[in-house]
Ligand binder design. Sequence first.
Ligand SMILES: Nc1nc2c(ncn2[C@@H]2O[C@H](COP(=O)(O)OP(=O)(O)O)[C@@H](O)[C@H]2O)c(=O)[nH]1
Ligand SMILES: [Mg+2]
Length: 182
Amino acid sequence: MGLLTIIKKQKLKDNEIRCLILGLDNSGKSTIVNRLLPKDQRSTEITPTVGFQIHTAHIQDRLVSLWDIGGQTTLRPFWDNYYDKTDVLVWCIDVSQPLRFDESARELFSFLQRDRGRPGHDLKLIVALNKIDLLSGSSLTTCVASVQDDLSDVAGAGAVFVRCSGVTGQGMEELSYAMCAD
Ligand SMILES: Nc1nc2c(ncn2[C@@H]2O[C@H](COP(=O)(O)OP(=O)(O)O)[C@@H](O)[C@H]2O)c(=O)[nH]1
Ligand SMILES: [Mg+2]
């Protein structure tokens, strides 16, 4: 490998954004990750994530590594292992499941609580309000207001909330912009 290639690779690495996608099982993490990838890198079928999957892609002209970690109860204790060097945390929520908002808020709280003070504690937090395609009109307004209310204290003032759908692609542009903006 020539020196120029090495320098170029290092530059790309320095510029790389490490993004961790977490949230409860079935909230749509893998579907969102798949949607964020360029068309030629997407899978046609999403299966439940066993363990974790890492994808690297150019998004908004930045090299982004997307760490999609399984959200089942048994896997949650392992979330901490992926925290180091994370630049962006995308916390994914299924807005059509109000009965799970409280569980989601509790898990986000305990994740942030455990890892505060560790390297990367100043990460950018984006809350992806996913599955908006399943709701409309006043039920969408009510669910979004309720989830924002449940999470805003936990997520803190700097958190960005993005409404999206991994299935229809709505809000994906905004999500990728929020991930890559300085
Ligand atoms: N209608 C709808 N279904 C979704 C959306 N995102 C994910 N799903 C569905 O929700 C289920 C769980 O999605 P998956 O990405 O595997 O969730 P994960 O466990 O968080 O990775 C699958 O059946 C997806 O097709 C969405 O935005 N809208
Ligand atoms: Mg998954």
